[in-house]
Design a protein around this ligand. Structure first.
Ligand SMILES: Nc1ncnc2c1ncn2[C@@H]1O[C@H](COP(=O)(O)OP(=O)(O)O)[C@@H](O)[C@H]1O
Ligand SMILES: [Mg+2]
Length: 316
């Protein structure tokens, strides 16, 4: 079976400064994979490396990057651009800027379809109409005539999702797709991703800093900390048997629905390290309630018998 993403030992640097260190992950066919971690942990850069969109000035190495069946390490720039344009629906983190606010939806939603799939504008608009209705718009024709600034955040995100589906991609990468939305709209948009995943059998790499959301919507997940994946596996297993103290703390601070409105969360003291991310020791050392002296020197990696549940920690 073809996995939509296979990433092995990704390193990303800005000059000599390591930003992402030794990240490996697999998004399996038909699943929602949640990539979760605090701000600055390297989620966006990891996603951008997978689709060859790293910002200028950053360099990377990896042992393997297979994206929707294509070996990204051997393909030419042109092959990569064409492949990503056809096979990946990307919803970047700051979606306010994804659709141009001053261009009508109908004059931009089909751009990728026309360019990569060699279709006419008429064909693009027909398809856009079908997809806009699929993502929940009752009168897609009216929406096509709107400017993005006339739409609410939730409606804009639905348009972004319709646009990401235009080329019948193999994989959707959605970077913090609901962060800017209020709770009710957030739930509607996530339910839409869920139905797209189930009905269209589409794999989704869902990036979020919200472990509660990832718990609810992902089949597998990777927990990132300071540029590394500290734990990964099937969502149920990771929640039932979290191996890394960071995962355990995150699980503890998921706001519970039963919690009173103004009750403070038990936060994790300290900040994510943004220097020395290539150190051999544990990067969570300074914040870890269970830190031991050996954690400064090195970290033990654990993988269960199935090869699915992984975590890095010196605790047994
Ligand atoms: N273009 C860049 N140049 C230098 N450092 C960057 C650049 N983009 C991101 N970073 C740094 O890389 C780290 C990971 O960033 P990012 O992947 O955006 O984190 P996340 O998406 O998890 O919030 C952060 O410390 C960030 O400051
Ligand atoms: Mg990000």
């Amino acid at each position: 079976m073809n996995n939509p993403v296979e990433l092995k030992n990704l390193h990303i640097k800005a000059g000599n400064n390591t930003l992402v260190n030794n990240v490996s992950l697999t998004v399996k066919e038909g699943e929602i994979f949640g990539l979760v971690g605090e701000s600055g942990s390297g989620k966006t850069l990891t996603a951008k490396a997978i689709i060859d969109l790293l910002p200028e000035g950053l360099t990377y190495t990896a042992d393997k990057i297979i994206t929707a069946g294509k070996d990204m390490l051997t393909a030419s720039d042109e092959e990569k651009r064409d492949h990503i344009g056809k096979k990946i629906g990307y919803i970047p983190q700051n979606t306010v800027f994804y659709l141009h606010p001053l261009i009508k939806i109908k004059n931009q939603i089909g751009d990728g379809y026309i360019q990569h799939m060699h279709k006419t504008k008429k064909e693009a608009l027909e398809k856009a109409e079908v997809l806009l209705s699929k993502v929940g718009f009752k009168s897609p024709k009216t929406v096509l005539n709107y400017y993005p600034w006339q739409l609410s955040g939730g409606m804009r995100q639905r348009c972004n999702i319709a646009m990401a589906l235009m080329n019948d991609p193999k994989l959707i990468i959605a970077d913090e797709p609901t962060t800017a939305l209020d709770t009710t709209v957030q739930k509607q948009v996530m339910e839409l991703f869920k139905s797209i995943n189930e009905e269209m059998k589409l794999s989704i790499l869902l990036i979020s800093h919200d472990l509660g959301l990832v718990k609810r919507y992902s089949h597998s997940l990777g927990v990132m900390y300071a540029g590394q994946i500290v734990e990964s596996g099937c969502t149920e297993t990771v929640f039932n048997e979290p191996g890394h103290p960071y995962t355990r703390l995150l699980i503890k601070i998921i706001p519970s629905l039963k919690m009173k409105k103004n009750e403070p969360l038990t936060e994790i003291p300290g900040f994510v390290k943004d220097k020395d991310r290539d150190s051999k020791g544990c990067l969570f050392y300074c914040r870890c309630p269970k830190a031991m002296d050996i954690c400064k020197e090195g970290v033990k990696e654990h993988t269960d018998d199935t090869g699915d549940h992984y975590y890095r920690c010196n605790l047994e």
